[in-house]
Design a binder for this molecule. Structure first.
Ligand SMILES: CCCCCCCCCCCCCCCCCC(=O)N[C@@H](Cc1ccccc1)C(=O)O
Length: 484
């Protein structure tokens, strides 16, 4: 089925929230707060920035945070380090409907000043974009949702269903805020398994020129998310001595060989085991004529398409478990051969594979007893898959089409992880995406340098949330509208 209706009417000019100087300024100021999450073991000096950030947010959106309205409730989940995960609850007009949940984290990854052209916490603003750490991941969503909700409430409206907003403080370092919130949802709010109609979290960005021949912004909404597994590889090789008479092997050469073998023997291709086939089929109407016949006839060309994983890093990430060598250390002096070498490999597990299958493959490929493989804590299987025909998925696409010009939105796999993984038990309908179009060259900004949010995309994203808040009831779309 075609998933996008070209005749989907955009929202009217009167309905559309325009990007006023106030909305811009609120976003720019929000980016100045260093709500940085640091890795375990590193000094964390940022707690007060979180306090100041939330104080600022409370001031900017009084209709939400200092409201006399009994239908608006704010809950603060406090943590030992002084940081807080915030929950906002808005009563809906129809109390018979299951609630919906929106998640957006307030923390950001660190940024190294000298790698950026401007200070990452002194936003660089142009007519077209704002550049700062967190501009995309994930203050864009947090601020856009607050703008949309505030506009809705100021307009005297309420969403059709009870709506929860969860703003965790530590998604970038493990998600304890979301895990604690899951307990509170159960114990304090009495929300049980399958208690949310849907959950919406960060995920894939819509990318213009994202695939060869596809110029329109393409968004693969995460109907599932990859799992992850981090392993430490250690070699302790005792035959050491003076660097002037080296042995043929050392801990470093043994570990390097193991890493080369991991690189040369990727985890098996899983094309066809999860939702990536539907993703490819959904793309068909938008592909250039050169590729279209191949993707439109997967019954014939499936093996050929699977091969794309060998040549394209994005297809590779969609079709198989990836292995990224992220840490490597050994040695401490130029004329001493070290006993120990250590590396860390981060796997993103395709839904077609399990953690133990990934480990088996790894052991088989390394095939060297001298390399000790240790699994780091916190490994997780891939998320479950949202039903492809989900009404909420169709409503999301409907609102995306109404608010973002030319967007192509199809179901797919979220290649990273987000806080929704801690709340999976609460809903079968989980969607992971950003509603802010980016250019392909903006992508490395996420967790990298010169992170950007384009103003037009921000305006569109605010309107997406506002439109979805208004229409997230149980009524089906009229026939002929978005079909996934
Ligand atoms: C058909 C279209 C082709 C375009 C494909 C382009 C691929 C783009 C991939 C972009 C990924 C963007 C991800 C943004 C959100 C990042 C969320 C995140 O970083 N989460 C962490 C969570 C985590 C996990 C484990 C420990 C700590 C944190 C992550 O590393 O996954």
């Amino acid at each position: 089925k075609n998933h996008v209706c070209d005749h989907e009417a955009p929202i009217s000019d009167e309905e559309r929230v325009k990007l006023s100087p106030d909305i811009r300024d609120r976003m720019v100021k929000a980016l100045e707060f260093k709500t940085i999450s640091v890795e375990d073991g590193m000094e964390d000096i940022y707690s007060n920035e979180f306090v100041k950030f939330w104080h600022y947010i409370y001031e900017q959106y009084p209709r939400i945070f200092s409201s006399e309205d009994p239908d608006v409730q704010v809950d603060r989940i406090e943590f030992e380090n002084g940081k807080e995960t915030i929950v906002v609850i808005i009563e809906g007009t129809d109390r018979t409907l299951k609630p919906g949940l929106f998640i957006s984290h307030a923390d950001v990854v660190p940024a190294i000043r000298k790698e950026w052209t401007h200070d990452p916490f002194k936003p660089f603003v142009t007519e077209d974009f704002v550049q700062a750490r967190g501009a995309y991941d994930c203050k864009s969503i947090l601020m856009a949702q607050l703008e949309a909700l505030h506009a809705l409430l100021l307009n005297g409206e309420k969403p059709p269903r009870k709506t929860y907003f969860l703003f965790p403080h530590d998604e970038e370092v493990g998600g304890f805020g979301a895990q604690e919130a899951a307990k509170i949802f159960r114990e304090r709010y009495n929300i049980q398994s399958d208690g949310f109609a849907f959950i919406i979290d960060e995920g894939m960005p819509p990318i213009r020129n994202g695939l060869p021949g596809v110029t329109k912004p393409l968004l693969t909404i995460g109907y599932t998310a990859k799992g992850y597994l981090t392993v430490e590889l250690t070699v302790n090789y005792a035959k050491v001595g003076h660097a002037s008479i080296p042995e043929k092997e050392s801990s470093i050469t043994i570990l390097s060989d193991a890493l080369s073998r991991i690189n040369a023997n990727p985890q098996p291709n899983q094309f066809g085991k999860s939702i990536e086939v539907e993703m490819m089929e959904g793309l068909v109407p938008y592909l250039p004529w050169t590729i279209k016949p191949v993707i439109a006839n997967l019954w014939l060309f499936r093996p050929l398409v699977a091969l794309a994983a060998n040549f394209d890093k994005q297809m590779n990430a969609f079709f198989r478990t990836t292995s990224a060598i992220t840490i490597f250390n050994a040695g401490y002096k130029s004329n001493v051969i070290p006993i120990q070498a250590r590396a860390v490999v981060n796997h993103r597990i395709h839904p077609g594979q399990t953690i133990s299958q990934v480990l088996e493959h790894l052991e088989r490929v390394i095939d060297d007893d001298r390399v000790l493989i240790t699994q780091e804590e916190g490994a997780l299987e891939a998320d479950k898959v949202t039903p492809r025909d989900s009404l909420y998925g169709r409503k999301i696409v409907h609102s995306l089409n109404r608010t973002i010009k030319d967007i192509i939105a199809i179901p797919g796999i979220f290649l990273a992880a987000c806080d929704a993984r801690w709340l999976q038990d609460f809903s079968d309908h989980i969607f992971r995406f950003y509603p802010f179009v980016m250019e392909k060259e903006d992508l490395p900004g996420i967790h990298g340098r010169e992170e950007k949010l384009r103003w037009q995309s921000y305006e569109d994203g605010i309107n997406f949330y506002l439109d979805f808040f208004r229409h997230m009831d149980e009524n089906d779309l009229p026939p002929g509208h978005t079909e996934l």
